[in-house]
Ligand binder design. Structure first.
Ligand code: AMP
Length: 408
């Protein structure tokens, strides 16, 4: 299938070509025709699958088919759980709409509200927003959503995780007319998403792409065992200094650890910077810009950076800390191996990380291969350590006194 097979306007095909997209990705193949038919869609697709273009292209086509220039109110609302993702979506809107006139604005937290009320006085067809700030501006009557004809909710699962469900519902309640709705989510399972979809969508077409844990074929994953902190740091430096590593994200579970790792990398003359949730938006954007333009090789991040970063050139994702949950792991490694490129995901595992590693492997339904670097071999093996742990567990269970049954 090619993009020409969809009934898209030439100016959109031209923009697609400019982006270097040769053929639609599976989610684009599935979702574009549904939205072009103006049907509601519930799509299970993770970041990195090309889902943004899957909803942006039909939106732009809709605006071309239904030109209405009289109102200054937005006609399309795209909601994103995070600022980074909102900026990324807005960029795709601008890229794919670059040969036409598709006025769009972005509204997110992290900027002065007065600046944003000013933005909202401009004519715009497409409004990309995070729910919290938009709700506030709506309450103060700076924005009128009653002209909205299409609503896209991106990363709905993440939105629910972040507790944004009620805000999104309140926003949608203020759209009185019938609208075309699309709900995109990395996962479609779970009561929360099902109920959210039921409330928002009308007879949706359901599209489920490969579960993200199967997508990891494009990503070579490996485990490196480390005896202690110094050993872990030496392995990290070795991987980052390898010629195959051009751009890496190193994930830590906590801000303090991320700062420590960054300082250590810098002390080794490795160009690194830290990204965590405490930075104001302008600083975060500046850091991302430097990283994207390859001025910085290593970004040490907490999970705030795991979503919404769209950087094709990331060759390595390194888990300095193993995350607590499988879905977080999937989102982290999804930063590499994007759009048909092969990426490398590395897990640095000390003994105390083994419990988390087991949990991740259970989630992935696979064991990750253990690799070694010559001269930096660990003094223990995974097998022996797991055996020892099982034995210890058994003996502590045996020692535990049995609970007495309550007398009837
Ligand atoms: P997304 O899942 O929307 O975050 O997209 C992931 C990456 O895939 C982005 O860098 C897009 O530019 C890229 N992309 C989207 N569609 C295509 C396509 N049809 N062919 C190649 N790359 C694409």
């Amino acid at each position: 299938m090619t993009f020409e097979d969809f009934d898209l306007d030439d100016i959109l095909l031209e923009a697609i070509k400019k982006q270097g997209y040769h053929k639609p990705t599976p989610i684009q193949e599935a979702a574009i025709p549904i939205l072009l038919e103006r049907q509601d869609i519930l799509a299970g697709a993770a970041t990195g699958t090309g889902k943004t273009a899957a909803f942006v292209l039909p939106i732009l086509q809709y605006l071309l088919d239904e030109p209405k220039r009289s109102s200054r109110h937005p006609r399309v609302l795209i909601l994103s759980p995070t600022r980074e993702l909102a900026f990324q979506i807005h960029r795709v809107v601008n890229q794919l709409g670059s040969y036409g006139n598709f006025p769009s604005v972005i509204i997110t937290g992290g900027f002065k509200q007065t600046q944003q009320t000013e933005i909202l006085t401009q004519h715009c067809d497409i409004l990309v927003a995070t729910p919290g700030r938009l709700a506030k501006l709506m309450e103060e009557e700076h924005v009128d959503l009653s002209y909205i004809e299409i609503v896209i909710i991106d990363e709905a699962d993440r939105m629910l995780d972040m507790g944004q469900g009620p805000t999104v519902r309140a926003l949608l309640d203020s759209i009185p007319t019938d609208f075309i709705a699309g709900l995109f989510s990395a996962t479609l399972s779970g009561k929360g998403i099902e109920r959210f979809a039921e409330e928002i969508l009308e007879e949706p077409q359901i599209v489920q792409m490969d579960a993200p844990n199967q997508k990891s074929e494009q990503i070579q994953q490996a485990v490196y065992l480390a005896n202690d902190k110094a050993h872990k740091q030496a392995i990290l430096a070795n991987i980052v200094n390898d010629s195959s590593c051009q751009s890496a994200i190193v994930f830590c579970n906590k801000k303090e650890k991320a700062i420590e790792v960054t300082e250590w990398l810098q002390s080794q003359n490795i160009s690194a910077q830290v990204l965590h949730g405490d930075f104001i938006q302008a600083v975060r954007l500046e850091k991302l810009k430097k990283f994207k333009s390859n001025k910085i090789k290593v970004m040490v991040a907490t999970d705030v950076a795991a979503r919404g970063l769209d950087m094709l050139q990331i060759t390595h994702v390194i888990n300095y800390d193993i995350p607590y949950r499988g879905d977080i792991y999937i989102h982290r490694i999804g930063r590499t191996g994007r759009a048909q490129q092969v990426g490398i995901a590395i897990n640095l595992v000390e003994r105390h990380d083994l419990k988390n590693l087991e949990r991740i492997e259970y989630h992935l339904e696979q064991s990750l291969p253990v690799e070694k670097i010559a001269g930096l071999e660990p003094s223990f093996t995974l097998k022996d350590t797991l055996k020892k742990r099982k034995k210890k567990k058994k003996s502590s269970k045996a020692k535990r006194p049995k609970k007495k049954k309550a007398k009837k």
